[in-house]
Design a protein around this ligand. Structure first.
Ligand code: NAD
Length: 350
């Protein structure tokens, strides 16, 4: 396995391989950069096919966190951790979490952990018994910032407003048709916000109950998965899985704007160009969905949701900056966002 020559290495400051036989812990902590501040990023517990796959995942995610924090204008760098599980049938154990927490503590605050796929807010309470370098604790815990979903939804809502202003030259959302894919922590709250703003809403979720609730509460129209993608709407908001925008689905879209919370919405960079060619305005995922990260970054004794939300509101101006830069430079918006993030990192000395 090559680390320095791995494609995803991308100038990481540190990569720590941690092993604790007693706890059966195999974990990798990647710190992409700490120039803007300590590296914040969740801890994923996953049964990877190979160590190479785990390394690639942690490096890619950690690099992404640097860009996300820079675009959210936080005094934070990017990092991530992965715990390698033995099989898909097992969950992370208390012993593994304790051993992981010791590794985080050893880094003396250069890396701050949080929950991610395969770990929970409850797990983070356990981690905090050993290290204070952890965020994403429930509201019931002292200083805890709680479920980030509603704050992320608020950010996506503000991002949609910015995209509508840019693409449709309209200051509000009333009368617009918006499709939402995925009605979980983020999508369900977004549905409510859009309903309050006077939108007509179309939805699909694999969870039938979630669809029925959106229909009952907000008059949402339920469509089969593919019909949702093909629907004549102003905005398509992907709030479920990553990779939803591939060659074929982008071709199907009749939306004028794509703006949602899902991470890694583009199957690959070609779709960034494809969306531009089709004149569909794409709000880059890591810019519009930064509300959760911003919320967690405010965690601590003085935490108030109001102050977190105030910072999240700034995300709309950042998106407008991305759209304007993309137009000026004749670039797809995803690449435009990367350029701005890189320039923000360079200003700090990279
Ligand atoms: P969630 O797990 O609460 O909800 C996801 C929803 O998507 C579920 O209701 C699920 O049934 C549905 N779903 C799964 N597969 C689907 C499919 N094929 N088609 C339609 N629906 C499907 O997750 P969440 O916290 O709401 O996050 C949604 C997305 O936003 C994820 O990609 C997540 O990584 C991203 N995100 C979330 C946050 C946050 O604060 N929660 C922050 C940043 C990014």
């Amino acid at each position: 396995m090559s680390v320095f020559r791995a494609k995803s290495f991308q100038n990481h400051e540190n990569v720590f391989f941690c092993w604790n036989a007693k706890a059966n812990l195999r974990c990798i902590i990647a710190i992409h950069n700490t120039l803007r501040g300590p590296a914040l990023g969740g801890c994923r517990a996953w049964a990877y096919q190979s160590e190479d796959e785990a390394l690639d995942d942690v490096l890619r995610l950690s690099h992404g966190m640097s860009y996300k924090a820079a675009m959210a204008d936080l005094a934070l760098g990017g990092g991530k951790a992965v715990i390698l599980l033995d099989s898909p049938d097992v969950r992370v154990t208390e012993k593994q979490l304790d051993a992981f927490a010791y590794e985080v503590e050893k880094l003396q605050g250069r890396y701050i952990t949080a929950e991610d796929v395969g770990t929970t807010a409850q797990n983070m309470i356990q981690v905090r018994k050993i290290t204070s370098h952890v965020v994403g604790l429930p509201r019931a815990e002292k200083g805890g910032s709680g479920n980030p979903g509603p704050v992320t939804a608020h950010g996506v809502f503000k991002g949609i407003l910015a995209a509508v202003k840019h693409r449709l030259n309209q200051d509000d959302l009333s009368g617009l048709r918006v499709s939402i894919q995925g009605l979980g922590n983020v999508g369900a709250v977004l549905c409510e916000l859009l309903h309050e703003a006077g939108c007509e809403i179309l939805v699909y979720d694999i969870n039938e109950q979630a669809c029925k609730k959106a229909q009952a509460d907000f008059g949402a129209q339920i469509l089969p998965s593919e019909d949702l993608l093909k629907a004549e709407v102003d905005v398509f908001a992907p709030c479920a899985l990553g990779g939803i925008l591939d060659k074929d689905t982008v071709q199907m879209l009749k939306a004028k704007i794509v703006a949602g919370s899902a991470n890694n919405q583009l199957a690959n960079q070609e779709q960034d160009y494809q969306l531009k060619e089709r004149n569909i305005l794409y709000a880059p995922d890591y810019v519009i969905n930064a509300g959760g990260l911003i919320n967690a970054s405010f965690e601590g004794e003085g935490y108030t949701r109001e102050s977190a939300i105030k910072h999240v509101d700034r995300l709309a101006d950042t998106l407008l900056e991305v759209f304007a830069y993309a137009e000026r430079e004749d670039l797809p918006t995803g690449i435009a966002a990367d350029h701005i993030a890189e320039s923000r990192l360079k200003k700090k000395g990279i």
